[in-house]
Ligand binder design. Sequence first.
Ligand SMILES: [Zn+2]
Length: 276
Amino acid sequence: MRGDRIVQVWFGKRPRTFKTPTSRQAKGLAGRTILAVHRTGKHIVFELGSGASAAGAAAQQGDADANQATAPDAQWIVHLGMTGRLLVATPDAPVAPHTHARLDLASGNELRFVDPRRFGRLEFRNLRSSSDAAFEAPGAEPLTIGARAFAELFRQRHLPIKAALLNQSLLAGVGNIYADESLFQAGIRPRRRSHRLTATELERLRLALRQILTHAIRLGGSSVSDYVDADGERGFFQLEHCVYQRTGEPCRRCQTPIRRIELAGRGTHFCPTCQH
Ligand SMILES: [Zn+2]
């Protein structure tokens, strides 16, 4: 989508979906160019600039001007929630039920946000406005955090390690599936208190998280309910889950039936033999 321009915007009428009022989002998005799209924690962030023509003209005047003209001046922040999908479609593609946003792009494509259960959120930030700061995830990035910083995050916490992993202000972007799978991989029981984990265990957990997340991203994520990518394709990581939603099924390593408990309000799955 990089380089494409948002021509026109349509929003649905379900207020919960819109963290910023639809009138303000529509006004801010229309006419802006998508400079970049990236992930921060569990959020998808669109970096937006004010119009391709201004950037193009400045590019011919030299790099310094071009950098200034192509610096983002707004952001569109998308959280998929539980069932949200962000789809790139052609305008003639049938509009799915529960479509809450349609962005017409200069390329002729449409960007659509579909979300049956409406836990997803759309937010607009105008970075020129003094009231809007650039979006930052509150927690550390699990794919790049180093061993010492990781240990620091969890050493002081007295809550169960599973709950600490789900706390987005510590690590950003680890959800229920990946917390369960990483704890299995690291051989750590989800109820263990964070501050009681040894340095070796914490390092095993850090490496497990990185490996599981990287592998899951490569497989297109876990399509356990509605999740599909921008092309509408399902992910395949759910086929490799070792514990998540495998209650009563044999552990892939030791054949012990996988157990399920409630922890931090979430279904939590583990192998009582492989995890200590
Ligand atoms: Zn096992």
